[in-house]
Design a protein around this ligand. Sequence first.
Ligand code: WT7
Length: 634
Amino acid sequence: MTANPAKPLSGEVYYPSPDVIEQARVKDWEALAAFANQDLEGFWAREAEELEWFQKWEKVLDDSNKPFYKWFVGGKVNIAHNCIDRHLKTYRKNKLALIWESEDGKEHRTFSYFALNREVSRMANIIKAMGIQKGDRVTIYMGRVPEIVFAMLACAKIGAIHSVVFGGFSVDALQGRIEDSQSKLVITMDGSYQNGKVVELKRTVDEALKRCPSVENVLVIKRVGHEVPMEAGRDHWYHDLLALPIASGKCPTEVMDAEDPLFILYTSGSTGKPKAILHTHGGYMVGTYTTLKYVFDIKDEDRWWCTADPGWITGHSYLVYGPLLNGATSFMYEGGPTYPYPDRWWQCIERYGITIFYTAPTAIRGLMRFGEAWPAKHDLSSLRLLGSVGEPINPEAWRWFYRVIGKERCPIMDTWWQTETGMFMITPMPVVPLKPGSGTRPFFGQRAEILDEHGNPVKDGEEGYLVLLRPWPSMMRTIYNDPDRYLQQYWSKYPGKYLTGDSARRDEDGYFWIIGRTDDVIKVSGHRLGTAEIESALVSHPAVAEAASIGLPHEIKGQGIHAFVLLRAGYQPSPELGEQLRQHVASHLGPIARPEEIHFMDKLPKTRSGKIMRRVLRARALGLPEGDVSTLEE
Ligand code: WT7
């Protein structure tokens, strides 16, 4: 779609203003899309050439062993070199890379690219001195402070594989991820701030490490100043090590193969344990660089704010790597949107002159509740583009965001993508006409289809399984240590097509509308949780014999967790027990996994082979038809 399509689009459409068109880097969307479509490798090679390679690739795309695609084969590179070192040779050396504000608003820290290089090098030297080498896994379990960015980049710089675990997860989630990755080092903090309270990160690490023998060292950053136990020989205060000569501000950047792993990030799938999604230095770098450049039109004078936590893929791709690859100035805020007052974010936009603001529907819905007076207290005129990610945005929230925050001047980029895709896949660009609730069309070089159960494309307007047809550079390479599961999960339902796990429909203008997950993944405030994880936390409670969990619509969170439990003999249902079980899940997995409600059951709907039919539970809860129940036990 271009700014003025020949045929008017159907439905509620927002066309870009002349101002937006004038500022946009890509004015002719169709032309670039056509080029990428007919020359996929040519398109991506041209993007890759804008970055620095120690040695150029021999082949852009190697698809000889599908679906284990390889990109920029033979190329030598390091993403950290392109995030930092590359800029030090230019005027960007003294440009701000990172601006940070504390939750209480009293602390501000800024880092130029020059300073970022020093901080990352110091951390890199320290973890090297702890014996971390190329290919070793490092678990990072921290709050939103600049040191989490240093830690990720320090790993990348020396070729270690980082595995960031969201600081809102608790002991079971952390322990499972450390164990699966066989990390040798954990980087954490004494604690982090969350709505004025302290989250005891180090104590959770201590708990988890009781069952993780692979970990040799724990590096602890002091943030809250709480007393925490330090195990001699294993635990080290970061500030102590910074004072040693090993913590020099110079550290060589390791030369990596384009296909060498950069990080793993655990995400919930339909069954079993969370999966370690693996991304690489070369392709991931090119994908995140290119998408941020085009979709959010990042320019040198911009101030970019992605509100995501680095513990999720959005934080990896668009808070840490993408902005630095583009030489942008990025803002990071330690806290949440409503503490101490619901204008905390608007205050930050005004204070730092944010020009592009990328957030999640759940946050927008949460802030809408407090009314327009809070944003009205602040000058938001610096904004030029807005963005949304994580779940479908309901049109009411879209319109509020557009009108109250963007003052009807700022297009909203509703970006659909996943941990697995690494980068935006279905997304508008500033010149593309918008429809509230639709991510519009696939990114350059991509094609998407909506299929029925048998693999036939459905008619426009009908719901089906969303698949992607063409490889892209930042696609996951595998599930770490489990290539069979990679094949099975993403490539087996429709051979040769990438199964997203989402259902969607396409309208007559070719716009895609995401409906939701088709698997047992629940999106709570945009965060991805697996029913299996919630259920195993529940059955670890002595009162619970069996458990099932589903997501049901929730006004703010999008989906809330509802758990159905069968008690062991000798336990009686009661509100107190329900409350205890909710708390049990929260303390094992993390507060985001706390069920809205516990429903006590005499029986759970199961197939004859004993699989719980969550679909039936969901239908019953919503008062919908139960669908095909021919496999239901009795
Ligand atoms: C799932 C991936 C990648 C960003 C954060 C989430 C849902 C994501 C959108 C959107 C509708 C969306 C999908 C997807 N989703 N963005 N703009 N519109 N749905 O990453 O945790 O891997 O979750 O989030 O269901 O499959 P994730």
